[in-house]
Design a protein around this ligand. Structure first.
Ligand code: PLP
Length: 258
């Protein structure tokens, strides 16, 4: 685990703050070591006003309706955001959903999306089979491209540069600050599939806007969970992202984070 300090936790090392994270204190003062799994769909509120008020808090990791996340899942989101070093995290039904959901949230017909050629295969399939059908232009840059070479692939309508480092199967390591700079200087966002770098590579310290995790892999660890996480760097991105998973129904099972 990285040696990064966590400013919010009073300059604790990240490894220290993680031993306490994901564990909301029980009102009576005591708490279980592991947060109990809460299952549910409809949430009851004491009044119509409080229900309406709660509905306005959908960006706040709070319980509004089961399909918008359970208390256990909200704690997991805070934990992943802390490890990745972002502001907010959304957990979704799989690592692949963590790749596809933000693409749908941030792109529209007429946009161009530039992906690294070594991207995870099913992400590439989604770009080819779905995004193209919805009018998004797709192209790929070589994983060893220099800045000048990447610039050649950028178009006036490029809105996302999507990379993965190291890349699936071929493992080229990307120059993330360079890619972030290219993206930002052309009005685009940098997406990183950071599955291989979980807890080691701090994406937001290097200019990444959206970081993706297949929680299925290292974070779950036992080959018994399928889940994904999307973490963002700022509130503007969070507001764009947050509504997409519930519209697309790409949310995880109620028991995820158990
Ligand atoms: C780099 C990377 N991203 C995304 C995924 C997708 O994760 P999942 O299998 O949970 O859909 C994988 C799975 O192998 C992966 O290796």
């Amino acid at each position: 685990m990285t040696d990064r300090r966590n400013v919010d936790a009073g300059w604790q090392k990240l490894g220290t703050s993680l031993t306490h994270a994901g564990r909301a204190a029980a009102p009576e003062g005591g708490t279980y070591v592991n947060l109990p799994v809460e299952r549910g769909s409809t949430v009851l509120f004491p009044s119509l006003q409080s229900m309406n008020r709660k509905g306005l808090e959908r960006y706040d990791h709070t319980s509004i309706y089961g399909a918008m996340g359970s208390p256990t899942q909200h704690e997991l989101e805070k934990l992943i955001a802390q490890i990745e070093g972002g502001t907010d995290c959304q957990i979704v039904s799989s690592g692949l959903a963590a790749c596809t959901t933000p693409l749908l949230a941030f792109l529209k017909a007429g946009d161009h999306c530039l992906l690294v050629d070594s991207i995870y295969g099913p992400t590439r399939r989604f770009a080819e089979n779905m995004l193209r059908r919805f009018g998004v232009d797709i192209s790929y840059f070589p994983p060893c491209a220099s800045r000048a070479e990447v610039e050649e692939y950028v178009q006036p309508n490029t809105r996302i540069i999507f990379t993965e480092s190291p890349g699936s199967h071929t493992f080229e390591v990307q120059d993330i600050p360079m890619l972030a700079d290219v993206a930002h200087s052309h009005g685009a966002r940098l997406f990183l599939d950071n599955t291989w770098g979980f807890g080691i590579f701090a994406p937001f310290e290097h200019g990444v806007d959206v970081s993706i995790q297949a929680l299925t892999k290292y974070p779950a660890g036992h080959s018994d969970v399928i889940a994904g996480a999307i973490t963002v760097a700022d509130q503007a991105s969070w507001h764009i992202l947050r509504d997409a998973p519930s519209s697309l129904a790409s949310l995880p099972d109620r028991t995820t984070a158990g």
